[in-house]
Design a protein around this ligand. Structure first.
Ligand code: SAM
Length: 266
């Protein structure tokens, strides 16, 4: 995978993932989907490896986790920090042949399809081939990502919508992936499909350090990468960033993002 093709590519991406990944949330989502001790798991787009290590805690001694990511930097980090018996990390682009990965009882695909707007259905279709009959796929992603705020000025709202439109068209990013997940499993003939929707971000009042770091990093990396000209602001990007920071750190602001989980059995 070419590093620049990943929208959120930046030097601190392992740090961002480690900081924002919460064991209790992942445990809830994965056990809701049916993850159990002893299962053989594939963690698609495992990033820093922290999610694979959490999934391994759930499947226990008798389980096995394979983390797959296209970034050699993140796979190196994953091997150094989380590699041990029965957790392996494979450096592979998801669009390449997956056949050597073997087969799995459970495939975890969280915060991954949003980066593959054009190909997301085809990716899920290929992943289905890696599942044992009776195996579970769990797709988890955001919907209307980064677009639900109250308290924005008109120009800030317009800049946010314009950036989102550009990364959707040119960056293969899908701000609406969450709402598509059910149809993917339905169309692929999965059984016992369950869907759940919760608030991933629900931000009001004082801003936590995790939300501050994560959102400012998302805005910085994605907004710059979009190439948007920020004509609403006389000083361009700097003016936009200052206004976003003022808005986002104001305890009056209200921000939310729905997270949709969808699981099915092959
Ligand atoms: C936001 S992170 C995933 C976080 C993690 N799955 C979780 O549950 O929290 C997305 C990861 O997908 C990886 N990725 C993006 N496109 C890829 C591709 N085509 N092949 C393999 N990995 C890819 C990126 O390198 C990045 O580490």
């Amino acid at each position: 995978m070419r590093a620049e093709s990943y929208l959120m590519e930046n030097k601190e991406e392992c740090f961002r993932m480690n900081m924002k990944t919460d064991f209790a949330r992942l445990e809830y989502q994965a056990t809701w989907a049916g993850l159990k001790e002893g299962m053989r798991v594939a963690d698609i787009g495992c990033g820093s490896g922290i999610t694979s290590s959490f999934l391994k805690q759930i499947v226990g001694e008798s389980g096995h986790v394979t983390g797959i990511d296209g970034s050699d930097t993140r796979i190196l980090h994953a091997r150094e920090n989380y590699g041990k018996e029965k957790i392996e990390f494979v450096n592979l682009d998801i669009n390449d042949s997956l056949i050597d990965l073997g087969d799995f009882d459970f495939i975890w695909v969280r915060f991954f399809l949003e980066y593959h707007r054009k190909n997301s259905f085809a990716i899920v279709k290929e992943l289905t081939k890696l599942l044992q009959p009776g195996g579970i796929i769990c797709l988890v992603d955001l919907d209307h990502n980064c677009l639900n705020h109250f308290g924005l000025s008109r120009r800030l709202e317009s800049a946010m919508i314009n950036i989102s439109d550009i990364i959707e068209k040119n960056g293969d990013f899908d701000p609406y992936i969450g709402r598509k997940l059910y149809s993917y499993l339905y169309d692929l003939g999965f059984k016992k499909i369950n869907v759940e929707m919760k608030a991933h971000h629900l931000i009001y009042g004082e801003l936590s350090q995790v939300d501050k770091y994560n959102w400012l990093k998302k805005i910085d990396v994605a907004a710059k990468k979009s190439g948007y000209r920020f004509e609403e602001y006389s000083n361009g990007y700097e003016g936009f960033l200052d206004e976003f920071k003022t808005f986002f750190t104001d305890p009056r602001r209200f921000t939310y993002t729905p997270i949709i989980s969808c699981r099915g059995i092959k």
